[in-house]
Design a protein around this ligand. Structure first.
Ligand code: MG
Length: 283
């Protein structure tokens, strides 16, 4: 409560002045004023130190810090993107609308600031490999609707090339719940269907915690949080294992980091503004 300190100081000053008056029997002398000033400086100096925190506060449970501890590391500065959805200063920009230089394959079509799946040309995967990340992806299914269910605007965002957040035209398109847009495919349906119409740009903001292995043994599964068009659709969901179709997922030992993959399911889905940040997840 730093705002109380100046009041407290003024009160102390007032008491000091009253004492001086009592002693001198008259309005305080210049010496008294100086003394009061020094007192105020000392009191305000103490207040300024509290700008950095407190050490007379209780210890936080399980942590080596007091409440408001000045020794607690200060978070680094990250400059956010100028507009919502734009890459912050510490992001790896995977696709900025110009080229696929960050990707192993350049077989998909790049034009007008987006990249489009080219049927028959395979998936694309990043050159760089990642563990725990925050990922931003924008995507659009074809404006001209063809096909039904899983055949309509199907693609997918595969974290570490294994864990798929489904991309699908799920606007008035019935399919199985754990296969619609925003699903962790084959495992967890999204909590709501936040899909936009075919052809409209949509966003995914995905927070991924990579699984941990000790040798062959899984010690922590993968977790995903997914925000679709600003709507939370998956909150810290435990992946049952790498994505499979019509089977039960099962973990197998994997590298700590691996490529991000975008799926080619034969539909001309478009992507733009893809960026990723490595994040630190307490274990
Ligand atoms: Mg898919």
């Amino acid at each position: 409560m730093p705002s109380l300190a100046p009041r407290r100081c003024a009160r102390r000053c007032g008491i000091l002045i009253a004492i001086m008056r009592k002693i001198n029997g008259k309005i305080f002398s210049p010496h008294c004023g100086k003394l009061c000033f020094l007192f105020a400086v000392a009191a305000f100096g103490q207040t300024a130190n509290h700008d950095f925190g407190y050490t007379d506060t209780p210890m936080l449970p399980g942590l080596p810090y007091h409440v408001h501890d000045p020794a607690r590391p200060i978070p680094p500065v990250v400059t956010p993107g100028a507009l919502p959805g734009e890459a912050p200063s510490d992001a790896v920009v995977l696709f900025d609308g110009k080229d696929l230089s960050q990707w192993e394959s350049q077989a998909w079509k790049v034009e007008n600031g987006y990249v489009e799946v080219v049927p028959g040309k395979g998936d694309i995967a990043t050159k760089e490999k990642f563990g725990d990340v925050q990922l931003h992806v924008e995507w659009a299914t074809p404006a001209t609707v063809t096909g039904t269910s899983q055949g309509r605007g199907n693609s997918g965002v595969f974290l570490q090339g294994r864990y798929e957040v489904q991309v699908l035209d799920s606007y008035q398109n019935r399919t199985y719940a754990d296969g619609q847009a925003g699903a962790i495919y084959g495992q967890w349906p999204p909590s709501v269907n936040a899909s936009r119409k075919p052809g409209e740009w949509q966003t995914y903001d995905i927070f991924f915690e990579a699984p941990r292995f000790e040798g062959e043994k899984l010690v922590k599964p993968a977790f995903l949080t997914v925000i679709h068009n600003g709507v939370l659709v998956q909150l810290h969901k435990e992946a049952m294992g790498p994505t499979v179709n019509r089977q039960l997922a099962k973990y197998v030992p994997q590298p700590a980091e691996d490529s991000l993959k975008l799926q080619n399911h034969g539909n001309p889905v478009r992507y733009r503004n893809i960026w990723i940040r490595r994040i630190s997840v307490p274990q």
